[in-house]
Design a protein around this ligand. Structure first.
Ligand SMILES: [Zn+2]
Ligand SMILES: [Zn+2]
Length: 398
């Protein structure tokens, strides 16, 4: 390419009014996972307004748009998630959620508006990218088990034209507003969950000797699971095992027949994921067997770990450095133990997942909180990030 490529940020600023309007509309009417009909309709209307060909994938609530489908370069897919959370908003924003118990508290409204902004930049630009850009609007990221990415992939969103690279981003309060975070390798955790039903001998609390006490066995299991983390895995390979709910019993002098424990296991390494599951099953059975109690183990695999491949990630990081300056394309030091079904795309094609900074000094905020209100200036950075990343992966940078 002759000379240095112009940055995309000025174009992103020009589409800010449209992005702001889209974002407000999404924000005011959030929909929970697998209920994103109106959100899908809004995305479709915006794509139609821009004359962008698109497809809806019935049953998934997903929408896939395509820009420059006949261009010869590599195909880059840009992804935004669409769902809100069951939280009652307390931000006091003028465009607060209209619905109690529903809120865009994870910034997916910003992700969608930034992706539509990127689309607006691309369709208006006199400088077409070398290859096609697919727009993936994906439902049900927050759902946690099957999610929304896998159904969309199964319905063919990475085919026709075949996607070469995929890029996604998520708002992040620990990255400063105006910057974008990137990281090679393990970035987010695999999240599996378990339900353990411990069966003992119910009866009068004054006669505990008549059989295994489900409450005592369940308590031993909770403690035993903590030593799994400290004694089975490598100290340099992070693992989280948390028991989040314990249910059993009705009153002080009755021993219950059963106690149910539920919890989550988070890992970054696929080998460790398998090791932890096997170790948990073994340990739980051993504790129960030692006192003659029975236990039913249900272990469910959630999203896999999100691993950013080195080549595509470095390519995107370089493009972001050119776009924003190296000091605003920040290499993130540590992975996060949260999960994200963007990992499903990265199991199929290379690409990268980025952190869109929304952190403002003196204004602490966290995702999934009733007061989460990311600054709308992140829209400009988010849209420019997606376009610059696509261009970098298509070899269009200087
Ligand atoms: Zn979330
Ligand atoms: Zn999210």
């Amino acid at each position: 390419m002759p000379g240095a490529t112009e940055p995309w940020t000025p174009s992103a600023r020009r589409v800010l009014p449209a992005m702001r309007a889209w974002r407000m509309s999404f924000h005011q009417e959030p929909e929970l996972s697998l209920h994103e009909d109106h959100t899908r309709d809004k995305v479709v209307a915006a794509l139609e307004e821009m004359n962008i060909p698109h497809q809806v994938f019935e049953g998934t609530y997903g929408v896939v748009g395509l820009i420059g489908g006949d261009r010869p370069g590599p195909v880059v897919a840009l992804r935004a998630d669409m769902d809100g959370l069951p939280i009652t908003e307390q931000t006091g924003l003028p465009f607060e959620s209209k619905f109690p118990g529903r809120m865009h508290a994870c910034g997916h409204d910003v992700h969608m508006a930034a992706l539509l902004g990127a689309a607006a930049i691309l369709v208006r630009s006199p400088r077409p990218l070398p290859g096609p850009v697919k727009l993936l609007f994906q439902a049900a990221e927050e759902e946690g088990d099957r999610g929304g990415a896998l159904p969309l992939i199964e319905r063919g969103c990475l085919r026709d034209p075949k996607v070469d690279f995929v890029v996604g981003q998520h708002v992040e309060p620990t990255v400063p507003l105006g910057s974008v975070g990137w990281k090679v390798g393990a970035f987010m955790a695999a999240a599996d969950h378990f339900r353990l039903t411990v069966r003992g001998h119910g009866g009068h609390a004054s006669t505990p000797h008549q059989g295994p006490d489900a409450i005592v066995v369940a308590s031993e299991i909770v403690i035993a699971l903590q030593t799994l983390v400290s004694r089975i895995r490598d100290p340099l390979d992070p693992v989280v095992v948390s028991v989040g709910s314990v249910h059993g019993g009705t009153r002080n002098n009755i021993l219950p027949d059963e106690v149910v424990l539920e919890g989550t296991v988070r890992t970054l390494n696929p080998m460790t994921r398998a090791t932890m599951e096997a170790a948990l099953r073994r340990r739980v059975r051993a504790v129960a067997a030692s006192v003659g109690a029975r236990v039913r183990i249900e272990y469910v695999h959630g999203y896999p770990a999100l691993i950013n491949p080195p080549d595509a990630t470095r390519e995107v990081a370089a493009a972001l450095g050119r776009e924003f300056g190296k000091d605003r394309a920040i290499e993130v030091e540590y992975p996060m133990m949260g999960a994200e079904d963007f990992s499903q795309y990265l199991m199929k094609v290379p690409g990268t997942f980025l952190r869109l900074g929304v952190g403002v000094p003196g204004r602490p905020s966290s995702l999934h909180s009733a007061t989460f209100a990311p600054d709308e200036r992140a829209l400009v950075v988010g849209a420019a990030t997606l376009v610059a990343a696509a261009e970098g992966l298509q070899g269009g940078g200087p």
